[in-house]
Design a binder for this molecule. Structure first.
Ligand code: ADP
Ligand code: MG
Length: 700
């Protein structure tokens, strides 16, 4: 089946426009690379001078070439790019790879030229990679296309690699040579003026030659589309991403808890998580993960066995695995007996299995076989410290052979110094790491992905309430130019969105306050409310557990004095009377609007210390049920909610549901710029949860 961008990723013919015989010119390097790496399609070299280049004839223009052209590699000076593109369109070229730089990345004139170029391509139905890119590679031997100026040709292998930075692309190809990791396809996106990560992910979604996708990204071209596409692609194959370049946080409002806690990277972090993408911190880790994904089956669980010929490194490996959340497997007695039978007396047959220094290829193979056959083991990490009497290459060959008989991941660690390079002699080996920590990190990433893929995609709430009713509560504040909603409207909006609100009244004056308390029923809470009063308890504006009219009136006069001392003019505030709901666990549920990612919703442990512990999780919209659950389950302080040290746990469902509803509310009402529910009180019974404090800021 033909792929979406085959005319660029598998072109049958390429025109090199700006081909050159000078080996140091960019055009010369691209030409030489394409020809010397044995491209199997038709090459047409375009150059105004008639002299042959590297033995091939040249053509004065792309219109003059004798056959159809799938893809044109454009390496002409910047000011010649538009006329060249026009000529390509006339000649029926289907895709342009514009290597020429000097566009958006340099100046305003460049930006305008780039826009002109995109408009031209769109109008003519021609697709473009670049400008300012390093080119494309497809190592399939049937095509053997290296259309780049990278100094190192890519090794063939199963990994697809998309890079927003050309220089980084070169660096990665170099590292891969050292590490014996190969690529099936590589695309340097450059300025992503037309084709970007979204189009390439879609092109590789169905491509069996790209079972693993790696991506170096500095910015998202269209975050909402990325979420859609990456989530779909991740269900079929792993997408491993290094996301650099943190967005400017300055543009985001930050007068709420949620706004203050949202870091520059919160949106990207949430987006990648929700897309099921494996996010790593750097290129080495990206390659580690890709290597494991491409050479191992997904692990069925977290239980790992360590097999070693030296005690220390074995313990180090076990520690590293444990720190990454993996489990050191408990081996079956039968497995231990069988190990004992083939190992010397000094060996340890628990886990880690220490075969001692005498172990050679045969013992590594036999023990690995026993460990992989143990139903208590989901994965094995063999650690090989230079065996005194054996060749590490033979050990790897033996491990490979045994691994092939099972369907569990085996991640090998070879602490063998310079011998590491020689291991490349073994074709298609199980993944090889230099240090146990790296193997542990990769296994943890792969396991997390396997779990994500097993979790069904939860539904996204299609509505949280009557949007017309909600809009009517927002309107008066918008009419006044925006700002914080008064407490009445705040609670009305949240109630209309389906959140549980503790019974409340607003009132001013002692008599009305008393009446409100009677209506609600004692015990009550009294709070002072005013638009500029943000932290009520800081100024003595919150009185809890008032059990009678008498206690209420005492609290009222105390509050008046306290606010007076804090500099509030008499009559500049009114009162909120609420049902007192003791004993709840406090959580915060909020939202802030990010200029790039839209509403960022937040969940965390609430109360006064939210900014101290920063134990919060972010999500973006659309926020599904599964993601809301994941956010709640991912906070460090989860045991404080689920119960610890004999304390009863609280129902989490109201928090999950509040997140879903607030996400929907903010998606449906873009005028809501900030929203904090702090706290939402949680109790053992799901029906008891209550919002007791909230702020909503709107703006057109
Ligand atoms: P602020 O955050 O402006 O200081 P809150 O309304 O959040 O004011 O009240 C402060 C704290 O008082 C809450 O975090 C909660 O611990 C407690 N509280 C407030 N209202 C109630 C209530 N109705 N029932 C029980 N506790 C409450
Ligand atoms: Mg509060």
């Amino acid at each position: 089946m033909p792929g979406l961008l085959d005319f660029m990723l598998r072109p049958r013919s390429i025109a090199v426009i700006g081909a050159s015989a000078r080996p140091n010119a960019l055009g010369g390097r691209v030409t030489a690379r394409l020809l010397q790496t044995g491209y199997k399609g038709q090459v047409y070299l375009v150059n105004p001078k008639p002299d042959p280049i590297l033995g091939l004839p040249t053509y004065p223009s792309v219109s003059a070439v004798p056959g159809p052209v799938d893809m044109a590699l454009v390496i002409v000076p910047r000011d010649a790019v538009i006329p060249t593109a026009q000529e390509c369109c006339r000649a029926g070229v289907r895709g342009l790879v514009v290597i020429t730089a000097g566009f958006r990345e340099v100046d305003e004139e460049g930006r305008q030229l780039e826009e002109e170029l995109v408009a031209l391509c769109r109008a003519q139905g021609v697709r473009m990679i670049g400008p300012n890119c390093m080119g494309v590679v497809n190592t399939n031997p049937a095509l053997s296309m290296d259309a780049t100026f990278s100094p190192t040709p890519a090794l063939a292998g199963p990994i697809g690699f998309i890079s927003q930075s050309g220089a980084l692309g070169v660096a990665v190809l170099n590292i891969c040579h050292e590490r014996n990791i190969g690529f099936s396809q590589f695309v340097s996106m450059g300025n992503k003026a037309d084709i970007g990560e979204n189009e390439l992910l879609e092109a590789w979604e169905e491509d069996p030659e790209v079972p693993v996708i790696t991506l170096y990204l500095e910015s998202f071209k269209d975050p909402a589309r990325f979420l859609d596409i990456a989530r779909r692609v991740s269900r079929r194959k792993p997408v491993v991403v290094v996301k650099a370049g943190r967005t400017a946080a300055g543009a985001r409002a930050a007068s709420s808890h949620t706004g203050a806690l949202a870091g520059a990277d919160s949106g990207a972090e949430a987006l990648l998580k929700q897309a099921g993408v494996v996010r790593v911190d750097g290129v080495e880790e990206m390659l580690d993960d890709a290597m494991v994904f491409s050479r191992c089956p997904l692990p069925g669980g977290p239980r790992v066995a360590v097999l070693t010929n030296a005690g220390g490194p074995g313990i180090l490996a076990a520690d590293a695995l444990d720190m990454k959340g993996l489990v050191i497997a408990t081996l079956l007695d039968e497995t231990q007996r069988k190990l004992r039978a083939i190992l010397p007396r000094e060996a340890a047959v628990g886990n880690p299995v220490d075969m001692i220094a005498s172990a050679g290829p045969e013992q590594y193979g036999a023990c690995l076989d026993l460990l992989l056959a143990d139903p208590n083991v989901d994965a094995v990490v063999p650690v090989v410290v230079s065996p005194p009497a054996w060749d590490a290459v033979d050990v790897l060959a033996s491990l490979k052979e045994v691994t092939g008989r099972h369907s569990k991941p085996v991640l090998t660690v070879f602490m063998v110094g310079n011998d590491l390079k020689r291991l490349a002699q073994i074709p298609d080996p199980p993944p090889v790491f230099r240090l146990p920590e790296a193997a542990a990190k990769a296994l943890a990433d792969v396991l997390a992905y396997a779990k994500w893929r097993e979790t069904p995609e939860g539904p996204v709430l299609s509505s949280c309430g009557d949007n017309r009713e909600i809009a009517a509560f927002l309107q008066p504040t918008l009419d006044q130019g925006g700002g914080y909603l008064p407490p009445e409207a705040t609670f009305q909006v949240l109630a209309a969105a389906g959140l549980p609100i503790a019974p409340w009244r607003t009132a001013s004056g002692a008599a009305l306050v008393s009446r409100a308390a009677s209506e609600i029923g004692f015990p009550v809470v009294l709070k002072a409310v005013a638009p500029a009063l943000v932290h009520k308890s800081d100024v003595g504006g919150v009185a809890l557990n008032l059990k009678s009219h008498e206690e209420l009136s005492q609290a009222l006069s105390k509050m008046e004095q306290a606010l007076g001392r804090a500099g509030w003019a008499p009559g500049s505030w009114s009162y909120l009377i609420q049902a007192f709901r003791p004993g709840g666990r406090e959580v915060i549920v909020g939202a802030t609007r990010d200029p790039g990612y839209g509403p960022l919703v937040m969940f965390g442990l609430g109360g006064k210390y939210v900014e101290v512990f920063r134990d919060v999780q972010f999500g973006i919209t659309p926020l599904g049920r599964t993601e809301a659950e994941r956010m709640v389950q991912s906070i460090r302080g989860l045991p404080l909610l689920t119960g610890t040290r004999g304390e009863e746990g609280v129902a989490l469902d109201p928090a999950i549901s509040a997140l879903e509803r607030i996400a929907r509310l903010c998606q449906d009402h873009p005028e809501i710029k900030e929203l904090d529910v702090n706290p939402l009180l949680l109790y053992p019974g799901p029906g008891e949860a209550a919002v007791v404090d909230a702020r909503i800021r709107v703006e057109l």
